[in-house]
Every structure is written in structure tokens, then in C-alpha cells.
Design a protein around this ligand. Structure first.
Ligand code: FAD
Ligand code: DHB
Length: 396
């Protein structure tokens, strides 16, 4: 069968939050794009991942016309709870972060809203593509080759956006001689569960316990999202429902009469924890965004927010190029994005270190950890620092 050739301005690899939002923003600037995704639409709309949207992310969704359902169905939270030593302490964003707050609204719902906006606007999204490869990225006419519906296809474009997550093909297309990877792997995993029960709390509870970290979150008025620290290489089969509830009750124990609501566990999964940054986030006409360029451990809820902040910067740079034939912002894309990335890397790593149990920490280090928790929950200066990072530093 003959090869199918398509021409567009920006070829986008990956239909996660980064790729879909980039395509949406470019459309609003009058710039054409084609999005190539290896999974099916059904799969990307059903994968349970992040839940916390920073104020800047909420503003971006609202300002670009895709925030309607989030406004109706999301939970606006003005603080979080930190629990340790059986006592709960509130970090109040309204007091500490200039009125900014967060919204709990699941990532797969953001995905659904973006897919439907792109399709309603006639956007070109190709699902279930395979064998994606990048060519001529240092020329002015880069190409993406792939298979789709049994046909060999080529996408010719001015620019390529690598939004294909940590395991994608875009980052490896930057030669290792020009790219430096920074990474740290933690001896930690998170077991995440979805539970058919109404939320147990009005705001998220981050709990430190000698048996390990626990997190109480939510998805809707009838679904809870809960996380437990575990070994990164453990299998979910090692976690029976009884073991999960017993650990959760122990780690969330308190002297305040609060109790976790139980329900039917309808999903379990384990994720390993890693910090990772690839520099620079660009090479020739290829620009990386989101998890393709950087990973944070989930403790600070930053991953999806960072992905959306990257593509906001990238869309503005591409707009400057197409509107004014200037490429200064494109040239500075990586440097601009990395400032925010490294701030989030530090915050996520710091939250992870403060809230988890590390088997290799000696008693001295454990005392330091508890002292840090006491400081952050008793000093306004320390709490303010946590709050302003949690609600998110300004985008771009
Ligand atoms: P992805 O979402 O990974 O999307 C990349 C897409 O590219 C995928 O759809 C993939 O199928 C596709 N793809 C891959 N390879 C190819 C290829 N070769 N060709 C075509 N397509 C390809 N972040 C937060 O901000 N807040 C939170 O509360 C939060 N909690 C989290 C909890 C957990 C348990 C986990 C695992 C993550 C959490 N995150 C959170 C992180 C967040 O989910 C990610 O950072 C976010 O998905 C990154 O978006 P992305 O678009 O860069 O990449
Ligand atoms: C959720 C995930 C996080 O990583 C976090 O820090 C808080 C909440 C969630 O999935 O709800």
C-alpha cells in the first residue's frame, strides 16, 4: 500500500495532558497541529493518574474554554492536612498563599475535556499509531514516520513536540552527547487504590507514620482515592484488601476521633518513585514537554501541572515564531521551562523526604524528619513556603 503523507505546522507525539493541551493552545493561536498517540482514545480516557490541579492550571483550563466541567465537578480545596504523631495540622492556603488554592479534578477527566474540545474544533488526533520515529529534527523540515490503520505514514512539519511521557521515543532522539540526564531513584513505591465510598475528609490528608506514608484523597462524591507507601518492586497481589485496610487504619491513626471510611476496592496499582530531568529540553526543531523531559515523585502532586506549564511556554514561543517570525522565545524554551521544573523537583523531593519512612535512616535522621514536620506545622514562614509551592509558582 502507498505511503500516506500529511503536512502540518507542529507534529505532536503523545495525547497526554501535555500533547492535548499544546494542540488546543496552538489551535487558539491559529496554528495547525496533528497529535499522534499510541494508545486508544478509550484507554487514555480511562487511565487513573493525577488528581490535584494547581491554581495556574485551573486558570489555564478556564481561560482557554475547557474548564466548564472542572468548575462543576471539581473540589476546590483551601488547604491540606499534615498528620503525624496521631495529630492533624492544617496548612491553610487562603492565609498563606495570597488566596490561591487547588482543585481536585482527575487527570483522565482533563483528558476527556481536551479530547472533546479538539475533536469539536476539527482537530487531527490519531489514536493507536505505532512505530513512531523522528527524522531530520536538526533541519528546517523535520518528519515523523509511523504506522496507522495498517498504513505507513509520514507527517511533515515545521516543529516536533515530544509529549510522549517518560517511556516515549522523543527524548532518546536527542543525542546523548548533547543531552544530560539527572536522576534519582527512591527506595519507595505508592500503592494507589480507588474505593467506592464517599470522601473521608474535606481536604487531602498527608500522613507520616513509622510504618510508612499514607494519603487520603478523593475523586467524586462517591469515590475515594487512597495511597500507601510500599516497596517499589512489590506486586499488587501481595496486598489483599484486609492488609490494605489494616495498614491504612494504622498509618492514619489519630487522637481526634477521625476515621477512614471503607468501601469496595475497585482498582489497585503500584508506582515506583523517581526524580528525573533531561537538559536541554530541546534539540534542533524538537521540543520536549512534560514527563518526556522530567519526572517528579508524586508527593507534591506536580507532574501534570508541570506538563501543562511547559506547553503554555512552548505555545507562546511558537505563536511568536508564526506571528512575528522571531525565534528568541523558542531558543529560550528549555531555559525558561527548566526554572519551574527544578523548583518543582526540589519541592517534590523535599515533600517525599519529609513524609515517608526510610528504612536506612538512623535515629538521628528520624528525629530531624519529625523536627521538620513540627517546624512546617508551627512556623508561619515554613508553612508559607510549603503553601506557595503546593498551590504552584507562577507559570511561564
Ligand atoms: P503522559 O500523561 O505520560 O502522556 C504521554 C502520552 O504519550 C501517553 O498517552 C502515551 O500513551 C503516549 N505515548 C508514549 N509513547 C508514545 C509513542 N512512541 N508514540 C505515540 N504516543 C506515545 N501529577 C499532578 O500534577 N498531580 C497529581 O496529583 C499527580 N498524581 C499522580 C499520581 C500517580 C499515581 C501518578 C502515576 C502520577 C501522578 N502525577 C500527578 C503525574 C502525572 O500523571 C504525569 O506527570 C502526567 O501524566 C504527565 O503528562 P504528559 O502529557 O507529559 O505525559
Ligand atoms: C493525588 C495524587 C498526589 O500525588 C497527591 O500528592 C495528592 C493527591 C490524587 O491522585 O488525588
Amino acid at each position: 500500500m502507498s505511503e500516506s503523507v500529511t503536512r502540518t505546522q507542529v507534529g505532536i507525539i503523545g495525547a497526554g495532558p501535555a500533547g492535548l493541551m499544546l494542540s488546543h493552545l496552538l489551535h487558539l493561536h491559529g496554528i495547525e497541529s496533528v497529535v499522534l498517540e499510541s494508545r486508544s482514545r478509550r484507554e487514555i480516557e480511562a487511565t487513573i493518574r493525577a488528581g490535584v490541579l494547581e491554581q495556574g492550571t485551573v486558570d489555564l483550563l478556564n481561560e482557554t474554554g475547557v474548564g466548564e466541567r472542572m468548575k462543576r465537578e471539581g473540589f476546590v480545596h483551601h488547604g491540606i492536612y499534615l498528620r503525624f504523631g496521631g495529630r492533624t495540622h492544617r496548612i491553610c492556603f487562603s492565609d498563606l498563599a495570597d488566596g490561591r488554592c487547588i482543585t481536585v479534578y482527575p487527570q483522565h477527566e482533563v483528558i476527556k475535556d481536551l479530547v472533546s474540545a479538539r475533536l469539536a474544533a476539527g482537530g487531527d488526533l490519531r489514536f493507536e499509531v505505532s512505530d513512531v520515529s523522528l527524522h531530520d529534527i536538526t533541519s528546517e523540515a523535520p518528519r515523523i514516520r509511523f504506522q496507522h490503520a495498517g498504513r505507513a505514514c509520514e507527517l511533515r512539519c515545521d516543529y516536533v513536540a515530544g509529549c510522549d511521557g517518560f517511556h516515549g521515543v522523543s527524548r532518546p532522539a536527542i543525542p546523548s552527547t548533547t543531552r544530560k540526564d539527572y536522576s534519582h531513584t527512591y527506595p519507595l513505591g505508592w500503592l494507589g487504590i480507588l474505593v467506592e465510598a464517599p470522601p473521608s475528609t474535606d481536604e487531602l490528608i498527608y500522613a507520616y507514620h513509622a510504618r510508612g506514608f499514607a494519603l487520603v484523597s478523593m475523586r467524586s462524591t462517591t469515590l475515594q482515592r487512597l495511597y500507601l507507601q510500599c516497596h517499589p518492586d512489590e506486586h499488587v497481589d501481595a496486598w489483599s484488601d484486609d492488609r490494605i485496610w489494616s495498614e491504612l487504619h494504622t498509618r492514619l491513626e489519630n487522637t481526634e476521633g477521625w476515621r477512614l471510611k471503607e468501601g469496595k476496592i475497585i482498582q489497585k496499582n503500584i508506582v515506583a518513585m523517581r526524580s528525573f530531568v533531561a537538559e536541554p529540553m530541546q534539540h534542533g526543531r524538537l521540543f520536549l514537554a512534560g514527563d518526556a523531559a522530567h519526572i517528579v515523585p508524586p508527593t507534591g502532586a506536580k507532574g501534570m501541572n508541570l506538563a501543562l506549564a511547559d506547553v503554555r511556554v512552548l505555545s507562546q514561543a511558537l505563536d511568536e515564531f508564526y506571528r512575528h517570525a522571531r525565534s528568541d522565545r523558542l531558543a529560550n524554551y528549555s531555559a525558561t521551562a527548566l526554572k519551574r521544573v527544578w523548583r518543582a523537583e526540589h519541592f517534590s523531593s523535599w515533600m517525599t523526604s519529609m513524609l515517608h519512612h526510610f528504612a536506612d535512616r538512623d535515629e538521628f535522621q528520624q528525629h530531624l524528619q519529625v523536627s521538620q514536620l513540627e517546624y512546617v506545622t508551627s512556623s508561619t514562614a515554613a508553612a508559607k513556603s510549603l503553601a506557595e509551592n503546593y498551590v504552584g509558582v507562577p507559570m511561564g
